[in-house]
Design a protein around this ligand. Structure first.
Ligand SMILES: Nc1ncnc2c1ncn2[C@@H]1O[C@H](COP(=O)(O)OP(=O)(O)OP(=O)(O)O)[C@@H](O)[C@H]1O
Ligand SMILES: [Mg+2]
Length: 395
């Protein structure tokens, strides 16, 4: 393992350089940014290298240390990165604000260099212990449930769900259940060129109180990639057989046995969809760069807030199903009050070809920019693998 990498954010060049030289002498790699904005730009660059720990000043022109810390906590790539606030602002209320923004430690300047070094080492050691415990437990820890959702139809939800499931199965070298909850028009199986014999309707016929995991897995149709689709009913009129309790039961049964479960959803908040979203660890909220897309996305975020979902549960992903004329990325982020975790570029023919051939983009055309963004998104969401970069492209 190389030297731990530390990002120092401080508007005072003198202070930043002092910390930098001290930490370098102690064997750390150090990056310096002189404002929160500069640090955010570095971490959002396509070739970003993520730090193992961040030391941030609080009072800075532009965004302050609290806002920067909240941004780090919303960004899947830095959600768990230890943050030390190092500031001249003393007092209990300033510290409380720091911890509420997501800081792990709060030190008031002037700080003894040896104490700073010790605190860094403690946080890095704790992070390492958490990571290796997570790696050792592997399958024993319950599956991460990832739902892909939009309140607007036709924006690419199923395409993203299928590609994410395939990419996660490849990363984990393990089977990944894919629940098709677009109950009236599900087409996950079709996108994988699979012909299901069973569907969720069969499990609905049995009833939530009768099914067991063998029956649930018996309804899977397995793709060579390891994705196991639990298909939507073959006809729209069978959708009513799938109850919220059934979905709850299925997820409870599958969670202990897999690393990841991906859920494709319809573009509305019905009881079944809400059950899946409640059970999800991550909601990939997909949107397109247009006013109507933005409006339904803010409406969905309002619902998530009313349901008291933690902010870090939702990641916003922008998809370009059309070629041009969309809103600029920065306007979208400003309207959503959150960064975009990924931007899936328009692929003129690759997506349609992938659907027609039943071969997902990440398998059939992995070199396309969209497939690469989907791969990176899967890496970030997997949480087990340290992401090397936040997928972002500015149009
Ligand atoms: N980035 C993209 N570039 C080009 N075409 C895309 C892109 N994303 C999605 N599409 C196309 O958009 C169409 C809708 O995709 P998909 O079926 O995945 O959306 P959906 O949100 O699941 O739709 P529905 O609401 O009908 O379930 C498909 O033809 C797909 O090929
Ligand atoms: Mg769909």
């Amino acid at each position: 393992m190389g030297k731990p990498r530390i990002l120092v954010v401080d508007d005072s060049k003198f202070s930043a350089k002092m910390i930098e030289s001290r930490l370098m002498a102690s064997g750390f790699q150090v990056d310096v940014a002189f404002s929160a904005e500069e640090a955010m730009a570095k971490l959002s660059a396509p070739d970003a290298v993520f730090p193992d720990l961040v030391i941030s000043d609080v009072v800075m022109p532009g965004l302050d240390g609290y806002q920067f810390c909240r941004w780090l906590r919303q960004n899947p790539a830095t959600i768990h990165t230890p943050v030390i606030m190092l500031t001249s602002r003393g007092g209990v209320s300033a510290k409380v604000d720091g911890f509420q923004a997501g800081a792990d430690d709060y030190l008031v300047k002037p700080v003894d260099p040896t104490e700073l070094e010790m605190r860094i080492k403690v946080l890095l050691a704790r992070m390492k212990a958490v990571q290796s415990a997570a790696e050792q437990t592997g399958v024993a820890s319950p599956a991460k449930v990832i739902s892909v959702f939009s309140l607007r139809g036709g924006v690419g939800v199923t395409s993203v769900a299928v590609n994410l499931a395939v990419a996660l199965a490849q990363l984990a070298q393990d089977d990944v259940p894919l629940l098709d909850l677009a109950l009236e028009s599900g087409h996950c199986a079709l996108m994988l060129d699979l012909r299901p014999k069973h569907s969720l309707a069969d499990l609905g016929d049995r009833g939530a109180d009768v099914i067991d995991d063998a029956l649930v897995e018996g309804a899977f149709v397995r793709h060579d990639s390891g994705v196991c689709v639990l298909p939507a009913p073959p006809a729209p009129e069978l959708a009513d057989k799938i109850t919220p309790t059934l979905v709850d039961t299925i997820l409870d049964m599958l969670r202990p046995k897999y690393r990841y479960i991906v859920v494709d959803t319809p573009s509305r908040f019905d009881e079944v969809t809400l059950t899946a979203l409640d059970q999800s660890d991550v909601i990939v909220l997909l949107l397109t760069p247009e006013i109507a897309g933005l409006k339904v996305t803010t409406a969905a975020l309002d619902v998530f807030q009313a349901l008291e979902y933690p902010p870090q549960k939702t990641v916003a992903v922008l998809n370009w199903p059309f070629a041009q004329g969309g809103l600029p990325q920065k306007n979208i982020e400003a309207a959503l009050h959150m960064p975009l975790t990924a931007v899936i570029p328009h692929e003129r023919v690759a997506f349609v070809e992938a659907i027609n051939r039943g071969v997902p983009l990440v398998i059939g055309q992995p070199q396309t920019p969209a497939a690469q963004v989907l791969q990176q998104l899967a890496q970030q969401l997997s949480g087990r693998l340290s992401p090397k970069r936040v997928a972002k492209s500015v149009r």
